[in-house]
Design a protein around this ligand. Structure first.
Ligand code: PEP
Length: 249
């Protein structure tokens, strides 16, 4: 399981910001990282970013439709992302679950579509602050894995982003112990759902990962991987996070 550092630009980025993709690709060329590097972008930037990245970093989408094609105005299929040069897609990000009412069943259908198109599906799960305070974090994330991960998924086609909702963009995050406990639990849930394939699925921690805390987070047992929002928007910050990947991971 090679580590994976993935960026999520959300609804940010116009053409001038492709300079950051170019800078990250150049730094990856100069200092090959101990991880696969992926940046998930708004669909409008994907084709140009793929050209700019020149194969040095992978480019992904942030969402896809479950359908292949049809009368779904405004939607983008996994096949279209693949055709634009993407190799991965985030599905079930909490912002989509929250603002677009995406249920576990919808997320599972999108993950299946990603697999059908040959994209890595990064399925996000995570609890709210009140769920954590009520002692329900493990069961909430376990239920999301059971409902969102299709049984047919293989380890190479899937990654899980554990993103506590209250840690996203907030500067607050769980303790290392809590992250390790959750990642261990997610691993058990993946093995229960996928059998031995579940042992090799990459689990990424996401939520306020910054250059200042990346080394600590990435050395937590069962972590070693990250999904990065805000800090992926600036080449220098993202490069610092990439540089924090433990060399033995
Ligand atoms: C995200 O939304 O995927 C995320 C991890 O955001 P941030 O790093 O800004 O908390």
């Amino acid at each position: 399981m090679r580590p994976l550092i993935a960026g999520n630009w959300k609804m940010h980025g116009l053409a001038p910001q492709l300079d950051d993709i170019e800078a990250i690709a150049a730094s990856v060329k100069a200092t090959p990282p101990f991880a696969d590097i992926l940046i998930c972008l708004p669909a409008t930037l994907i084709a140009r970013a793929v050209q700019t990245a020149a194969g040095r970093i992978a480019i992904g989408g942030e969402n896809c439709s479950a359908e292949v094609s049809g009368a779904f105005t405004g939607d983008i299929s996994a096949e279209m992302l693949k055709g634009a040069g993407a190799s991965a897609v985030i599905v079930g990000h909490s912002e989509r679950r929250q603002h677009h009412d995406e249920t576990d069943a919808i997320v599972a259908a999108k993950a299946k579509a990603a697999r059908r198109a040959g994209l890595l599906a990064i399925i996000c799960v995570g609890e709210t602050k009140s769920q954590r305070l009520a002692g329900k974090a493990l069961s909430i994330c376990g239920d999301q894995i059971a409902g969102s991960v299709p049984e047919s998924m293989t380890a190479s086609a899937l990654a899980i982003g554990y993103e506590p909702l209250w840690a996203i963009g907030s500067g607050h995050m769980p303790t290392s112990k809590e992250i390790a406990e959750m990642h261990g639990h997610i691993r058990q849930c993946l093995v229960a759902r996928l059998g031995t394939e579940g042992k090799d699925v990459r689990i990424l921690y996401g939520g306020s990962v910054q250059p200042s805390n990346a080394r600590d987070i990435l050395s937590v047992p069962e972590v070693g991987r990250a999904l990065v929002g805000g800090a992926s928007l600036k080449a220098r910050d993202f490069e610092a996070i990439i540089g924090a990947v433990p060399t033995k991971a």
